[in-house]
Design a protein around this ligand. Sequence first.
Ligand code: ATP
Ligand code: MG
Length: 182
Amino acid sequence: MHIKELEFINFKSFGKKVKIPFFDGFTTISGPNGSGKSNIIDGILFVLGLSSSRTLRAEKLTDLIYNGEGSKKPDFAQVTIRFDNVDREMPFDADEISITRKIRETDSGYYSYFYFNGKAVSLTDVHNYLAKARVTPEGYNVVMQGDVTRIINMTPGERRKIIDEIAGVAEFDSKRDRALSE
Ligand code: ATP
Ligand code: MG
């Protein structure tokens, strides 16, 4: 399973609809400082359901909505990841899987929506689908700045936990802990 395409609407510096293709194998993104390279990674983490806005480099989630030129600020931001699922790594019978997250700002607060292949789902549903393909927002599919140093400085026990997570064992540990506490 790999990312085929990202689509941004009003997310951070992407003021209009922007599609970014990803290739089989390796894709690099280059550009001047401040041109939005890291915002692309933030968009991926946003769709994967990361809820802490700090990791997405914003004070609050609504700061993720495009706030650039023009007098009228849009009231929503939306990001879609299209995965190639030809290998059926995600146990769902479709060659392409799209996951979308949208936040909408209203006078009474903001609302977060998730869609799996166009169908409205909950954040837990998204996490469950992704966990089956061993993708977790806090996991090691995304290596952030400082992660390598942090892993080097860990104790062997802490490093073992990472291996459990990557191997998909940690998911069962947490499910077992939840079952035992019920
Ligand atoms: P560097 O090479 O310095 O790491 P970068 O390409 O990673 O740069 P980003 O950090 O992705 O750049 O983009 C930063 C830009 O995104 C800034 O110019 C900032 O103003 C803009 N930006 C962030 N949030 C918003 C927003 N809500 N609306 C409009 N622009 C935004
Ligand atoms: Mg950057």
